[in-house]
Design a protein around this ligand. Structure first.
Ligand SMILES: Cc1cc2nc3c(=O)[nH]c(=O)nc-3n(C[C@H](O)[C@H](O)[C@H](O)COP(=O)(O)O)c2cc1C
Length: 218
């Protein structure tokens, strides 16, 4: 059931109850809800505030069908109300740095900070290998992706994150520029049928350490 703003889940509830949705019923998402989910993603933090994410929102039946074919025929790509294809733009910083600094200066960024960023951002990013750039894009884009996923869950929607797609095929379907790197797909909609089982999570002792590797967090 889609909850109205009055009956939104708390973030804790959304985190607890979220499952990677196996199947969607395809009902359209009202544009204002979709915009709110997307805005949550755009509010995410990013390195130097460069916001290197780019999102292609796929809702038309024909385009979802093509995207499904580029995603190992995963049915939920076609069933979801919307599939948000999360990409990173490896060249975005070149044109975005000045607008980022202008926005920052408007919001109170000190002049000295902007002057330093004008040097350090190109120094940092222009030396990246392709692999390093993809790593940087992946980490930034996935933060925005997660903001969207959890906002959708808070609003009562169901979501499915997906890495099962073919990079080149998705690029072709979406007519992406060469500098774009497809990071992940986020299907959003309403659950159809039974939800996925809860796969469980490792206990903290297995994956979390205190102060240094191997020491248990008390
Ligand atoms: C980055 C990422 C990629 C994923 N890709 C797929 C996918 O392509 N197809 C799929 O069915 N599930 C995919 N999943 C869902 C995971 O299998 C699922 O999150 C995991 O089994 C834990 O289940 P839960 O999310 O329901 O707790 C992906 C999850 C993440 C975070």
């Amino acid at each position: 059931m889609v909850k109205t703003a009055k009956h939104e889940k708390t973030l804790s509830q959304a985190i607890r109850e979220r499952r990677a949705t196996p199947s969607f019923d395809g009902t359209p998402i009202p544009p204002e809800d979709l915009h709110r989910i997307i805005e949550a993603g755009l509010s995410a933090p990013s390195g130097y505030n460069m916001q290197p994410w780019r999102f292609i929102v796929v809702q038309s039946h024909e385009q979802k069908k093509r995207l499904r074919a580029a995603s190992y025929n995963q049915g939920k790509v076609e069933e979801a109300s919307a599939v948000i294809v999360a990409c990173g733009d490896a060249d975005g910083w070149r044109k975005d740095l000045e607008p980022v600094l202008a926005q920052g200066l408007e919001g109170g960024m000190p002049e000295g900070f902007a002057a330093q960023a004008r040097n350090s951002v190109p120094n940092y990013l222009s030396h990246f290998s392709t692999e390093e750039m993809r790593g940087w894009l992946n980490k930034n884009v996935m933060i925005a992706f997660t903001h969207m996923m959890l906002m959708a869950e808070v609003m009562g929607y169901d979501t499915a994150p997906m890495e099962g797609f073919e990079q080149e095929k998705v690029r072709e379907v979406l007519l992406l520029p060469l500098s774009y790197w497809v990071v992940a797909l986020l299907a959003v909609g309403r659950l159809k049928g039974p939800d996925k089982f809860d796969g469980g999570r490792f206990d903290m002792h297995r994956t979390v350490f205190a102060e240094e590797f191997g020491k248990t967090l008390k």
